[in-house]
Ligand binder design. Structure first.
Ligand code: MN3
Length: 199
């Protein structure tokens, strides 16, 4: 059974009033995400990874010492990253659950300080990659950034929130203004109920 492209959890134009256009989602979900599915399935065909879960393949093929990751890892991790990303956004008003607000206050000082740290991580990621809010094994929350398809699964961390900072994620709507895209993501797009449910 090969991996499938999941449908978006909302219509392509549902996020447009919140700063992510239908055109971005047509390219990003229907073409980019779909390419990771197609190329990931092709890459694992006939290998020991066929039939394994996305997480097993990500952990098994990540090479901490490599200058560049391999094709299986790159496609399968990006497939997983995008599966999470669509779920982390919402077209409706999203109120931050109290338990999440408390955790952010406890770990970062305030929600605004968390947002500033997350934005700085995304803006400071040189080239393609992701900004993350993770829960570490000791239960503490942290903001991290990773290059290309690398994600917190590689480091046994639980992903609470991720923001794609590859140019394909923001160039149609924000051109070169990655910080504006990140600010809009945090203030208008994040599904905080989804983030809280991952804790
Ligand atoms: Mn992407």
């Amino acid at each position: 059974m090969s991996f499938q492209l999941p449908d978006l959890p909302y219509a392509h134009d549902a996020l447009a009033p919140h700063g992510m256009s239908a055109e971005t989602l047509e390219y990003h979900h229907d073409l980019h995400h779909n390419a990771y599915v197609t190329n990931g399935n092709k890459a694992i065909e006939g290998t020991k990874w066929e039939g394994k879960s996305l997480e097993e393949i990500i952990k098994g093929t990540y090479d901490a010492n490599a200058v560049a990751q391999n094709g299986i890892f790159n496609n399968i991790s990006q497939l997983w990253n995008h599966n999470q990303f669509w779920e982390m956004m919402s077209p409706g008003e999203s109120k931050m659950p109290g338990e999440l607000e408390k955790a952010l206050n406890d770990n970062f000082g305030s929600v605004d300080k968390f947002k500033a740290e997350f934005s700085a991580a995304g803006a400071g990621q040189f080239g393609s990659g992701w900004a993350w809010l993770v829960k570490k094994k000791d239960g503490s929350l942290a903001v991290t950034k990773t290059e290309n398809g690398v994600n917190p699964v590689c480091f046994d961390q639980t992903v609470l929130l991720g923001c794609d900072v590859w140019e394909h994620s923001y160039y149609i709507d924000f051109r070169n203004k990655r910080p504006a895209y990140l600010e809009n993501f945090l203030n208008n797009l994040v599904n905080w109920e989804n983030v809280a449910s991952r804790m």
